[in-house]
Design a protein around this ligand. Sequence first.
Ligand code: NI
Length: 138
Amino acid sequence: MGKIKRFGVSIDEDLCLRFDRHIGAQGYSNRSEALRDLIRDHLVADQWKLDGMESVASLSLVYDHHTRELSETLNSIQHQYHHLVVSSLHVHIDHDNCLEVIIFKGPNTLIKSIADRLTATRGVKHGKLTMSTTGHGL
Ligand code: NI
């Protein structure tokens, strides 16, 4: 972390009150930490707009493992991109449903396209990609 910079913010009283309520409910003890997190979140979103930027993301998939060839297809796509799959976790939710969480590290454009492919596989009930960061530059 670099030098700390302090700055004043002019803000509508009502908006400030709502912000304080919002961050209080989230558990922030002060505005500074909440603002820092908001800024970082926007910077991470910007990183994802730069094609090919090295990124980290997690994809969660919920599916019925009885769907024909689904497990094999998901497995085979992950093997095809093994250099981008850092880790994966499989949870048997109940008799039918599985949750798979796959962690990716690599060029963001490639991560997005693999995540889209996995999510679009027939039988996947829900897929959600959470785009994070390697942490560099933040
Ligand atoms: Ni399972």
